[in-house]
Design a protein around this ligand. Structure first.
Ligand SMILES: C[S@@+](CC[C@H](N)C(=O)[O-])C[C@H]1O[C@@H](n2cnc3c(N)ncnc32)[C@H](O)[C@@H]1O
Length: 452
């Protein structure tokens, strides 16, 4: 990949000389290693979806488990005394990979649906549990569809055909009647994982787009899914502890403390991929699962906005009030702010969405600074915190998220060990056409911090 300094020297990307010079200074100050070839091979060899446990739920934002494995291998922990922490655990890639490698781990996420999936994956299932799962799977074909009443879910009915919707509600009732918590969690996770395919919607960009379901029998589909889940848990019997907590990474210390007390170990390594500063709203695209899983009472603004309030401000509707941020982060936001009128004059259209991006940038780095502070608080000296993150760009302005997170980490008690470039990061075709330098410079990297 082309070095960012070279790209900045050859193109006038930022109007602010101070911002441009500071980014060059960070890029030259840190050890930046290009390992694109190595990581491309690693990731292409095994995708999450074809690997036991990782493939249960299509979590679009999930990162590759091989990347996690690589970090766990490079930055070993003392298994007897320490555990792994993921402040943004999503559907549990880090926790599953930790368990596969016989390590204890804990994670936090503001999406309650992903926490449920994480916990179902990392539970340890006894032989008796597996026997019970087998018997319950045999009962699935006789789930009674006629008894199901469509009450209280009118707000999401439009996303499904009548038959599929009725079948999903009947499955939900079946799951609700399971008494053993870990077995129930497994069937619930299976239920959550079939909702998208059973609906007439597909996750797309920032939300859902129309796409007729190919599932002709939801009951058969669920049955097959549960057989797959059963095969996976029969194969992998974990003896370590993995636990997901519903909550915000800005309160990481609280959850780490709780887990630490429970297993009498300390955090040895933090590994995560945070939301990227790319305007994605995590809750909008999972609203069917959040609603059908009874995580929120209604789909209206209220239902989702309670969750959004907890999230890192990586999406445009998030940050409205004034936010105090580091001077460099503010310069980044101002750069984008100043580029908007030019674009609007050129296109002759008001771009309401991009107008909100500068404030999102301020909110994002403000919140991530808080999370890094908490990471520093829970780690002892010499321990590592690895962040997998994409850079983003708006109106041709590169937001060097990896450099900025490293810089913010330095302010809260970390040394920056290195930044490992793993892949090119994607951007829209429109931006690439207008700003060709993005193709060679936008990157996904692992920022490796070490507690002082
Ligand atoms: C890039 S995804 C992580 C995916 C995860 N590594 C996996 O493989 O499944 C970022 C996650 O951060 C979560 N998130 C957003 N704001 C959060 C916050 N304040 N605290 C904890 N999690 C948050 C989102 O719900 C999302 O699951």
């Amino acid at each position: 990949m082309t070095s960012l300094v070279k790209v900045l020297n050859e193109n006038t990307i930022y109007n602010s000389e101070k911002l441009s010079n500071f980014i060059k200074y960070l890029e030259e100050k840190y050890i930046i290693k290009d390992e694109v070839i190595f990581f491309n091979q690693l990731v292409n060899f095994s995708q999450n979806n074809s690997i036991p446990l990782h493939g249960w739920f299509k979590y679009r934002e999930g990162y590759s488990h091989t990347l996690v494995r690589e970090m766990i291998t490079r930055f070993t922990i003392d298994t007897k005394k320490e555990f792994i922490v993921d402040p943004f655990c999503g559907a549990g890639t880090t926790l599953v990979e930790a368990a596969v490698n016989n390590l204890d781990s804990m994670g936090v996420d503001v999406n309650p649906m992903s926490v449920a999936v994480t916990n179902a994956k990392t539970n340890s299932y006894s032989k008796a549990d597996i026997e019970e799962v087998k018997l319950l799977i045999e009962e699935i074909p006789s789930i009674d569809l006629d008894q199901t009443e469509i009450i209280d879910y009118e707000d999401i009915q439009q996303y499904f055909s009548e038959d599929n919707f009725r079948a999903l509600l009947a499955i939900k009732e079946f799951v609700n009647n399971i008494s053993k918590p870990s077995v129930k969690e497994l069937f619930f996770s299976g239920f959550l994982s079939i909702i998208e395919d059973s609906s007439d919607r597909k996750r797309d960009g920032n939300g859902l787009k129309k796409s007729l379901s190919k599932v002709t029998s939801v009951i058969d589909f669920y049955c097959d899914k549960m057989k797959l889940l059963m095969a996976d848990i029969s194969e992998s019997s974990f003896c370590n502890i993995g636990k997901g907590y519903f909550g915000s990474a800005t309160q990481l210390d609280k959850y780490v403390h709780e887990f630490s007390e429970e297993i009498n170990k300390k955090p040895g390594l933090i590994v995560f991929s945070p939301p990227y500063a790319n305007s994605f709203d995590y809750f909008e695209s999972y609203k069917m699962e959040l609603r059908m899983g009874d995580f929120i009472p209604r789909l209206g603004v209220k239902g989702l906005s309670d969750l959004r309030r907890l999230a890192i401000r990586s999406f445009v509707s998030a940050a409205k009030d004034p936010i105090e941020v580091d001077e460099i982060i503010d310069l980044m936001a101002i750069e984008i702010e100043e580029a908007i009128p030019l674009k609007e004059t050129y296109t002759g259209k008001k771009d309401s969405r991009t107008r909100k991006v500068p404030q999102m940038i301020r909110g994002y780095f403000h919140d991530m600074g808080k999370v890094l502070e908490k990471c520093g608080k829970v780690l002892e000296s010499g321990h590592k915190c690895c962040i997998v993150v994409d850079q983003s760009s708006y109106l041709g302005k590169i937001v060097p998220t990896d450099l900025f997170l490293a810089y913010l980490g330095e302010q809260v008690g970390f040394n920056v060990k290195e930044i490992i470039i793993c892949r090119k990061a994607k951007t829209s075709g429109q931006q690439l056409q207008k700003y060709p330098y993005l193709a060679e410079s936008l990157r996904e990297s692992i920022v490796v911090l070490e507690k002082k």
